[in-house]
Design a protein around this ligand. Structure first.
Ligand SMILES: [Zn+2]
Ligand SMILES: [Zn+2]
Length: 247
């Protein structure tokens, strides 16, 4: 996008002063808010991922008593196709207003949302096992050029600072463009990403416990492929953390 001239910024600001833009979720005019694009009331409606969930992949169980008798019981998908990652956590359900916030952030380039979204992740951090490095799920170079930023890296960066852990950018690369997982059937999702990642410097991750960060988890296939690639290249255990999860 071309850089908007400063006078247009001024005009925009004046327009907003007279006609404040609405909350992206409820359209209430936003006069003053600490979260860009959202009113405090909507932002307060973020829903944490409902418990109980699979102790390996974090998929919520339909039954509220699913783990009552065996707390380590993994979900059917994990038992049928054990994922390459040791454990994954998602903090929020992929619902309003997070859905709208992630869409604005990712697809409309509203990077001012990166900070409040990363803060949510930090505020609701699960108790993590020992981790050596943090890596974001990479975008393909072509997608990165179009979008100009990797949303997962913008979430992973403040998290690495908060945890005092090194962030490895470019350690994991996407070797071919893939269609979004959300646009595919379950069967297609399993093959869409096969062999789509590679490790640029295997020596940098030898034996390291890695926490992979992504914005949304759909079926866990992306995280599985990343973990599989990292393990094949010699990493230690791989864990996943996403801000949201499809429910
Ligand atoms: Zn609102
Ligand atoms: Zn599972």
């Amino acid at each position: 996008m071309p850089k908007v001239p400063a006078w247009q910024d001024v005009v925009q600001a004046l327009i907003h002063l007279v006609f404040p833009s609405g909350c992206a979720s409820c359209q209430t005019p936003l006069w003053q808010t600490s979260i860009p694009f959202f009113c405090q009331s909507c932002w307060g409606k973020l829903s944490l991922l409902p418990e109980p969930y699979c102790p390996q992949c974090g998929r919520p169980f339909a039954s509220p008593v699913a783990l009552t008798h065996s707390p380590t019981h993994a979900c059917g998908a994990c038992r049928e196709h054990p994922p390459a990652f040791s454990k994954a956590w998602s903090v929020f359900a992929y619902q309003t207003p997070l859905k709208e916030a992630l869409a604005l952030f990712k697809y409309r380039g509203k990077v001012t949302l990166a900070h409040p979204l990363a803060r949510l992740l930090i505020q609701h951090l699960p108790s993590l096992p020992p981790v050596d490095v943090i890596m974001p799920v990479p975008l393909h170079a072509q997608r990165l050029r179009e979008r100009e930023f990797n949303q997962s890296a913008l979430l992973a960066n403040p998290l690495s600072q908060h945890l005092g852990l090194p962030l490895i950018l470019g350690g994991l690369i996407r070797t071919r463009p893939t269609v979004p997982q959300t646009s595919l059937t379950r069967k297609e999702r399993l093959t869409n990403l096969r062999g789509a990642f590679s490790v640029s410097q295997p020596v940098a991750i030898q034996g390291k416990a890695i926490l992979v960060i992504d914005d949304v988890m759909t079926t866990g296939t992306t995280l599985h492929e990343c973990a599989h690639t990292l393990r094949q290249a010699g990493s230690g255990p791989v864990y996943g953390l996403t801000l949201a999860r499809m429910v």
